[in-house]
Design a protein around this ligand. Structure first.
Ligand code: FAD
Length: 412
């Protein structure tokens, strides 16, 4: 697609990726029509605080917005919401919206994100049983998210553990159920997972690991969660954080290549050269990982996709960054750079006991990722090494007597 031929861009999905893409197109000098279609009522907002400071009540909705609501009009972006796109006619390059209106495009950006996986248990529709993906989900949770309430969190991934942390800080009684034998099984090593398990346990969170919830009990309102072994955990509130599924319905209906997400090339182009896909809904080759195709669920990945599309549509280049992510639990700031999957060795710098350490992941001799807890210097240093394709021997990084900055300089 030649960028000169693109006069009309439609972006479907007004989340982190879609909102960024609209504004970055303008920043990059795109002068054509930009239409942003979002099914949620609010302008694009950040989801990370939903399981952190929005849940605790410290942040209000207007503080979640990516940019002030008026920016889209100022930037001449037609923001259509709440409105769902329901059909893509690839042959005629048209998008149909709920209600029947159709819009033509020269380039289409799918930024449809992901949906929280639903519990398939009897009782999952009772009052007091919730998912957590949108601001509306948290608004529904908050009236019962009060000191003394009994909360069962299903799923010990980052979102589940962040909810558990905020809940304990708010004075709720918290039990976390996890089907795997340890928390954070999909996202980090046993060493780091064990650290977070101990932290939560010391704050009074109870864990049932290897637990299979079988039913959510209650008449109209949740009263407990029954497990497959016959035991029951009393509950006033149940929050499930059991992962997400990429929202690929439109892409599948119009015949784009979809595997785990909408498959794209490094430019975020799908199997149709007029259609891009970015953010949680898309899977693209990771430049820093030998072009392994991965679907990431992170703010950085959403922003990166927006930058790639804005550059592609304005004939500019964009140097992709290695992935990064974070999680906040209690006073612990976990910062992650790189992708740890496929690691063969993990090396610690600092100690878990100090609550300030970095776990470096190696594949063979290559540094591929870091999990840094309250160690911003180690995070930044490792991120720079991964970004630049550099490495340091495990024993060098493990030697905490030498400042990280000095070690990183040595590797450049
Ligand atoms: P989304 O933000 O999901 O936006 C997609 C939007 O598209 C949605 O509004 C959806 O309603 C809309 N849409 C879908 N289909 C249609 C359609 N047909 N028509 C119109 N609109 C449509 N990441 C981090 O890096 N750090 C964190 O600490 C972190 N914490 C998180 C905590 C929570 C509770 C959640 C839910 C996510 C967290 N994430 C975190 C992940 C991060 O928020 C996501 O990766 C990011 O929001 C992805 O952006 P996106 O635009 O691809 O998708």
């Amino acid at each position: 697609m030649s960028e000169q031929a693109v006069k009309r861009v439609i972006i479907i999905g007004a989340g982190q990726a879609g909102g960024e893409a609209a504004l970055r197109l303008r920043q990059a000098g795109f002068g054509g029509d930009v239409t942003l279609v979002g099914e949620e009522p609010a302008p694009p907002y950040q989801r990370p605080p939903l399981s952190k400071k929005y849940l605790s009540g410290e942040l209000s909705m207007d503080r979640l917005l990516l940019r002030p609501a008026g920016v889209y009009a100022e930037e001449n972006v037609a923001f259509l919401a709440p409105l769902r796109a329901v059909w893509i006619d690839r042959a005629n390059r048209r998008v149909r919206l709920e209600g029947g209106r159709e819009l033509g495009y020269d380039a289409l950006v799918l930024a449809t994100g992901a949906r929280a996986r639903k519990l398939t248990l009897v009782g999952a529709d009772l009052a007091g049983a919730h998912l957590l993906r949108t601001a509306a989900d948290v608004d529904a949770i908050r009236p019962r998210f009060v000191a003394g309430a009994r909360l069962v969190v299903i799923g010990a991934g980052y979102i589940g553990l962040e909810v558990a942390a905020v809940a304990r800080q708010t004075g709720l009684d918290v039990t976390v159920l996890e089907a795997a034998p340890r928390p954070l099984a999909r996202v980090t090593s046993p060493e780091v997972a064990g650290f977070f398990l101990d932290e939560h346990t010391s704050k009074g969170v109870r864990f049932a690991l290897g637990a299979q919830p079988a039913i959510i009990k209650g008449k109209e309102h949740v009263t407990g969660v029954g497990l497959a072994d016959g035991s029951e955990i009393p509950a006033d509130l149940v929050i499930a954080g059991i992962g997400v599924a990429p929202e690929t319905t439109l892409a599948q209906h119009c015949g784009l290549k979809v595997e785990n997400g909408i498959v794209t090339d490094a430019q975020c182009l799908t199997s149709d050269p007029s259609i891009f896909a970015i953010g949680d809904c898309a899977a693209r080759p990771m430049a820093h990982y030998r072009n392994r195709v991965a679907r990431l669920e992170s703010v950085h990945n959403a922003v990166e996709g927006a930058k790639i599309v804005a550059a592609a549509l304005t004939g500019q280049s964009h140097a992709v960054e290695a992935p990064w992510f974070w999680s906040d639990q209690y006073d612990l700031k976990l910062q992650i750079a790189g992708l740890f999957q496929g690691y063969t060795q993990v090396v610690l710098r600092g100690t878990l006991k100090e609550r300030s350490f970095a776990a470096f992941y190696y594949n063979g001799e290559r540094l591929i990722a870091v999990d840094a807890v309250n160690r911003p210097g180690e995070y930044l240093g490792a991120k720079m090494l991964i970004q630049n394709g550099r490495t340091l021997a495990p024993e060098v990084l493990a030697d905490a007597s030498r400042p990280m900055k000095e070690l990183v300089a040595q590797a450049q």
